[in-house]
Design a protein around this ligand. Structure first.
Ligand SMILES: Cc1ncc(COP(=O)(O)O)c(C=O)c1O
Length: 386
């Protein structure tokens, strides 16, 4: 038995203790088996049985775990070239989490402004109902006060616009604006898709004023929408993009990517991370790009995503408590007439792991290797529970 009180009181964990995973199932120490539609919250894209990933990590453990960013490593150079190619961005900075990738994006946007001689450009425009992480910069950017309680003063130079309302963004832009930050799908906010036209209008505005457009793709990136990055679905390109979650398939990693033009803002000494992009982590990223962000896997995600959408829509026609089916690819949700916790708790009691999003949404973010048969099993459990 473990003393669970040794952990700080920051999470509301389930009572059981998980020990291992297989395929897309998790097992606890009592041998209970759970169908996992959480995947470490949109992280474990390759599921729990990827021998390619495991072998690459084992091989790297024998070679080199960590050296400083004072030196190049073969694994990091490989990963940098692969990830910039597949995302069609020019440059990457590796860090360790989504929040850190946001911090890097904020710093790069300000540095780019200074580099261009815009001395007073320091303000960020972000969206209401957004989520960008838990560090002080990222939480300041997060447009939901419930995450900010007790933490004031936050970063003072953040303005909150209405998501999918171009006029609202435009009205906040002034000579101090340095970047506009958007999630192409608000994930933690409740699986809310950006309108393509909204993204296009913001893109045009940023181009017009030489303001950085930052897409936070921590959750939508790494193939979750059936494209290497989510903005490819909308066909609107950012200047800066953040990635994390699925990028390491379970190994902690974050990335801030940028175009050549914007990346000129950073010079040696401007930003750093001791562990960012270390050899072990980069070994995982190399596998993720090869095994996960390829055409056939992206086609698979789009296809199972459509199947999931169809099955959830069918369920909606059977149960009045489902208000809406939301999302695309393998980032979907159902909004409910009651708190999502009621459904996720019952699902858990029936061997299915699900997670909430926003105030009324239950989210489906399974491993990208999920198959229709797993979706059928998940729907059967949901039907019973509903
Ligand atoms: C869109 C988005 N940005 C940033 C983050 C923060 O990432 P991390 O928890 O790795 O710091 C999250 C986490 O859920 C996220 O969904």
């Amino acid at each position: 038995m473990y003393n669970k009180k040794a952990l700080m009181n920051t999470y509301m964990q389930l009572p059981n203790v998980f020990t291992h995973g297989e395929d897309i199932y998790l097992f606890d120490e009592e041998g209970n088996k759970y169908l996992d539609f959480v995947a470490g919250i949109a992280v474990n894209g390759l599921g729990y049985s990827s021998n390619v990933l495991k072998d690459a990590l084992k091989e790297q453990v024998d070679k080199l775990l960590h050296i400083s960013n004072l030196y190049y490593t073969d694994t990091m150079l490989k990963a940098a070239n692969k990830i910039t190619k597949v995302t069609k961005m020019d440059k990457v900075f590796f860090c360790n989490s989504g929040s850190e990738s946001i911090e890097a994006a904020l710093k790069l946007a300000r540095k780019y402004a200074k580099y261009k001689g815009y001395e007073n450009r320091y303000e960020f425009i972000t969206m209401k109902n957004s989520f960008h992480g838990r560090t002080m910069g990222a939480i300041s950017l997060t447009g939901q006060t419930r995450y900010q309680k007790g933490l004031a003063p936050l970063l003072p130079s953040v303005k909150y616009a209405e998501f999918n309302n171009f006029e609202s963004v435009k009205n906040l832009v002034n000579s101090n604006t340095c970047a506009v930050v958007v999630e192409v799908i608000q994930g933690e906010g409740g699986i809310i898709l950006a309108d393509k036209i909204f993204l296009e209008q913001v893109r045009a505005l940023c181009d017009d004023k030489d303001i950085c457009l930052v897409f936070d793709e921590v959750q939508t990136g790494a193939g979750r929408l059936g494209y290497p990055c989510g903005h490819m679905y909308f066909d609107v390109k950012p200047d800066i993009m953040t990635m994390a979650k699925g990028l390491g398939a379970g190994v902690p990693v974050g990335a801030c990517l940028a175009t050549e033009k914007i990346a000129k803002g950073f010079n040696p000494g401007d930003h750093a991370s001791t562990f960012g992009g270390n050899p072990l982590v980069m070994a995982a990223v190399n596998i993720v790009v090869d095994e996960m962000l390829n055409d056939s896997m992206m086609e698979h995600v789009r296809s199972v995503g459509e199947y999931l959408h169809k099955q959830l829509t069918l369920l909606k026609s059977e149960f009045k408590c489902i208000k809406e089916v939301k999302g695309i690819g393998l980032m979907q949700g159902i909004s409910l007439t009651y708190p999502p916790k009621e459904l996720t708790s019952k699902a858990y009691e029936n061997g299915l792991l699900l997670v909430g999003a926003g105030t009324d949404v239950v989210r489906f973010v399974p491993p990208l290797v999920v198959e229709n048969k797993h979706i059928d099993m998940m729907i059967d459990i949901l039907r019973k529970v509903l």
